[in-house]
Design a protein around this ligand. Structure first.
Ligand SMILES: *Cc1c(COP(=O)(O)O)cnc(C)c1O
Length: 423
């Protein structure tokens, strides 16, 4: 039996949907080849960092307690620093999420009276609480840190004039968000980020430039740290964990800024010297090893979803033919029924909890119900095939992930099958 036959006969896909999906698969071939090329380059970057740091079996030992002299942890961090071409990195299971990593980097490097400037519009929802844009106990704002923000222009670029004005008032740290978050905007490519950094540096050579790199790692062959970012920050249950890291975050960058973050994560005076691997280190290392190919699977799934949905007449961002800057695919579905159907299709295609029916719910931190489809091996891991949508106009679904393209491909077919049934 062919793949299309299995879709139809075993998985109950409508024959005309299966036919369309099979055609689109062929049309995407060139795009997929270029994604594989990026993965090959990134695979060698990771491999050489592991070889250079003389990774060995002894680094996989289980450590507990204070974690003094944890060679596995230290080696993992050196490998990250080499992959991102930075002086230092902090990569820990004690960092529980991307938000936590970003929070640690900000609190570690900002002091009372300093100003934080976000130049890519309102930051990711959970960061708004950290900063205190949304009144939140323990926020940077409560600690006397000022906040300024400049918006993105119509074409999704920085408002350079506004950034210049903001910088002239004195800013300690500039934050750039690479990925779109729950927004209908272009994600910034590393080249876009380079232009932004060059401009910021031309006005203030000392300001700390941090990039929220969530969802962007390994999508291109260079990272924001290759074009002048002082700090890059992300989550290990997204791209760089390769689907194997069960928890964790990373902060890579200039040594003094990474150290400041470490003093915040543990305690002043202790910093990165403490913090046991608790058996997680081998998974983080192996996850990093496969992260380039896992990320490529996610990017191919995103391209395929865009191409199929475009054939059905939906607006997509990015377009299937666009160059990718992250693994997120936004699709404007236009009504709540379509969003629900799409998410239910993604859920029904999952290896875990496929029998569950997702519903919109009032998630903390959001101003409307949010529907989420995720049948993941690691709870909340969005490098695994997942889709979510705030239930509000114009009803956009954001999907990302798939550990393998073979699975992501089927997820897309199943999601559009459910979508078309309810149209
Ligand atoms: C996911 C994400 C975060 C937060 O990461 P969590 O691990 O969910 O806390 C921050 N910024 C962006 C752009 C993200 O995509």
């Amino acid at each position: 039996m062919s793949l299309t036959d299995i879709w139809v006969n075993t998985f109950g896909i409508e024959p005309q949907i299966a036919k369309l999906c099979a055609e689109v698969l062929v049309e995407c071939k060139d795009k997929f080849d270029s994604i594989d090329e990026i993965a090959s380059i990134n695979q060698l970057k990771v491999l050489s960092a592991m070889q250079k740091n003389r990774l060995s079996e002894s680094h996989f030992a289980y450590t507990t307690g204070y974690g003094y002299n944890d060679a596995g942890r230290d080696t993992l961090e050196s490998i990250y620093a080499d992959v991102f071409h930075t002086e230092a990195a902090l990569v820990r299971p004690q960092i529980v999420s991307g938000t936590h990593a970003l929070s640690v980097a900000l609190f570690g490097n900002l002091r009372h009276g300093d100003t934080l400037l976000c130049v890519t519009g309102a930051p990711y929802d959970t960061l708004q609480g950290v900063i205190g844009i949304r009144e939140t106990a323990g926020s940077l704002s409560e600690h006397g840190i000022y906040y300024k923000q400049t918006e993105l222009t119509e074409d999704g670029m920085l408002d350079f004039e506004a950034v210049k004005t903001a910088l002239e008032d004195g800013v300690k740290l500039v934050s750039i968000q690479r990925s779109k978050g729950y927004k209908w905007r272009k994600s910034l490519s590393v080249t876009d980020i380079k232009d932004a950094i060059d401009f910021i540096r031309s006005i203030d050579k000392d300001v700390i430039i941090m990039v929220d790199n969530c969802y962007g790692e390994f999508v291109e062959t260079i990272e924001p740290s290759d074009v002048g970012a002082d700090l890059v920050v992300g989550s290990l249950i997204k791209n760089p964990g390769g689907g194997l890291a069960p928890v964790g975050g990373y902060i890579a960058g200039k040594r003094k800024y990474v150290e400041n973050a470490a003093y915040r994560l543990t305690a002043p005076g202790l910093g990165a010297e403490v913090g046991p691997g608790l058996g997680v280190t081998p998974k983080m290392i192996q996850g990093l090893f496969i992260a380039p190919t896992v990320t490529a699977a996610a990017v191919k799934t995103a391209v395929y979803a865009a191409a199929v949905c475009e054939r059905l007449g939906f607006e997509t961002l990015p377009h299937s033919k666009d160059i990718r800057a992250d693994i997120v695919q936004a699709i404007k579905l236009g009504n709540p029924e379509a969003v629900t159907a799409f998410c239910r299709g993604i859920q029904a295609a999952a290896p875990v909890d496929a029998f569950v029916t997702p519903e919109g719910w009032d998630m903390p931190g959001y101003d409307c119900p949010v529907i989420m489809a995720a049948g993941a091996f690691t709870s909340g891991a969005s490098i695994e095939l997942s889709a979510d949508a705030p239930m509000r106009e114009p009803f956009i679904v954001y999907m990302q992930g798939a550990l393998t393209f073979e699975h992501g491909k089927y997820g897309v077919v199943k999601a559009v099958n459910e979508l078309q049934k309810r149209r």
